[in-house]
Unconditional design. Structure first.
Length: 291
């Protein structure tokens, strides 16, 4: 089976089931972090940006804990100016120290080195931008109060280290009014008399990454092997349109179930189809494997 053989009726049926599943699961994409870390992320304007920049290749929990760890390491001198003054090399050393016992086991040495080099460079460049463009206060990015999802997306995309995936994930969190970054901004701006709101849920898109392509392709029977990254663009229109079919008023919502399945069931080798909530959508991959 594939999109061609499922035909419109088969695809529409799957979209309806996705919607139903998502209501049943009442999914929450918030990750578990220490209370002190969460408090710090809510209080500080810079911490969620650094957490977002770090959030690639390593676990989300570790990425979002780094700002709090750095704050303690710097004896509370955690600001765009003080971090910028430390420079890339020093931040790289500190990040390396933090990551010492937290690297994903399968991450190669070369990738670890690149991670440290790139992330520390992005952190310093972002601090420079916040100092020079936003008057040393990252919340000034959002001081107009009301935004649409695409506006948020491009405000975030202009930050070093925030690519399409991260920008659409955070824009989606803002639309849903959840996540540590959103909660903190809302509280801080409210104290300044600004009501922060992100409107037009229907303009959100699905953040496409390897999990999303893999799960979508397996459910639809589009491929036997997950394609390489340079082929992802081929699936982009199918995924975005399927999301609009399933969730017309909030297409980005589909990411909740894809996120859960990607994290807990749909491993590259030996996916746990038996327990996966998408098995009975039905998933063409699971059907083919007789699961
Ligand atoms: S049923 Fe299996 S292949 Fe299909 S989405 Fe779930 S884990 Fe992946």
């Amino acid at each position: 089976m594939s999109i061609k053989t499922l035909r419109f009726e088969g695809i529409k049926k799957r979209a309806t089931k996705f919607k139903k599943l998502s209501e049943e699961f009442s999914l929450n994409q918030e990750f578990s972090i220490d209370q002190e870390v969460e408090k710090f992320l809510n209080k500080d304007h810079l911490a969620p940006i650094i957490g977002t920049i770090c959030d690639q290749q390593i676990t989300t929990e570790h990425a979002w804990t780094f700002p709090y760890w750095l704050h303690n390491k710097l004896n509370g001198k955690f600001s765009a100016q003080s971090i910028y003054k430390l420079g890339t090399k020093k931040i790289e050393k500190l990040l390396s120290l933090f990551m010492e016992d937290k690297w994903p086991s399968g991450m190669a040495d070369k990738d670890r080195k690149n991670y440290l080099k790139n992330i520390s460079r992005y952190i310093i460049k972002t601090c420079e931008l916040i100092i020079n463009v936003y008057d040393n206060d990252a919340d000034n990015m959002f001081k107009n109060g009301k935004f649409t999802a695409p506006e948020i997306y491009f405000i975030l995309r202009s930050l070093p280290g925030i690519g399409p995936k991260k920008a659409s994930m955070i824009a989606r969190d803002f639309v849903k009014a959840e996540g540590p970054w959103y909660k903190g901004i809302q509280d801080r701006l409210e104290k300044k008399g600004i009501k922060f709101k992100v409107e037009r849920k229907n303009l959100t898109e699905v953040p496409v990454d390897v999990h999303v392509v893999k799960i979508f392709g397996r459910v639809m029977g589009e491929f036997r092997k997950t394609p390489s990254r340079d082929k992802f663009l081929d699936y982009w229109p199918d995924i975005q349109n399927f999301a609009k079919l399933a969730f017309p008023s909030f297409p980005g919502k589909i990411d909740e179930i894809l996120w859960l399945v990607g994290r807990q069931y749909c491993y590259e080798s030996e996916p746990d189809c038996k327990n996966c909530p998408l098995k009975d959508i039905p998933c063409e991959y699971a059907k083919r494997k007789g699961l």
